[in-house]
Design a protein around this ligand. Sequence first.
Ligand code: IMP
Ligand code: MG
Length: 194
Amino acid sequence: MPAAKKPATLHPDLAEVLLTEAQIRRRVKSIAREIKKVYDDREFTMISLINGAVMFTADLMREIDNPVRLDCIRVSSYGAKTKSIGTPQVIYNLTLDIARRDVLVIDDILDTGKTLKLVRDLVLELKPASVRTCVLLDKKARREVALEADFVGFEIPDKFVVGYGLDFAERYRNLPGIGVLRPDKQTAGAWATG
Ligand code: IMP
Ligand code: MG
């Protein structure tokens, strides 16, 4: 069978491709090296903000050879729209004991900062030895709370992006790269969570 021609774009609903699969892969490897420098060979606990950080977490943890534990937390943030809907709520909570543990919170994107702040504060209440944060994307222009991540993959402009775990109304998470969703596609659909 002849080799299928590679599509020039990730998906027809995208206005532009921001990050290709290869660019993400390279950066994930280098973030893993940055993380390794901080933790050395010590064990730490990764807390992944599902669903958005699923792909990033899965790829990142495979680049790290430390002993790691994994827990997940789910926080509601977006409906079928592209702006945050106020105060995020925990809808699936942690299950591991993280007292006296070194914790690394992982999210797909740092936007207003409300989600990561909520999770960071919640983790701090559980008396870990340390808490650090890691995000693949940072939309600095939209920050509403004073919070910077310890590890950042890419700074991106203030545009609504999808792919590599990021969704709009639960769609596009499976795209291997990241792109800007066309404005005419940023409407309707069912309610969703980040
Ligand atoms: P924040 O609380 O405003 O920082 O929002 C963070 C959450 O909103 C992330 O965990 C994402 O799930 C979601 N989010 C923010 N910006 C985007 C985007 O451009 N595309 C898809 N999801 C986004
Ligand atoms: Mg999210």
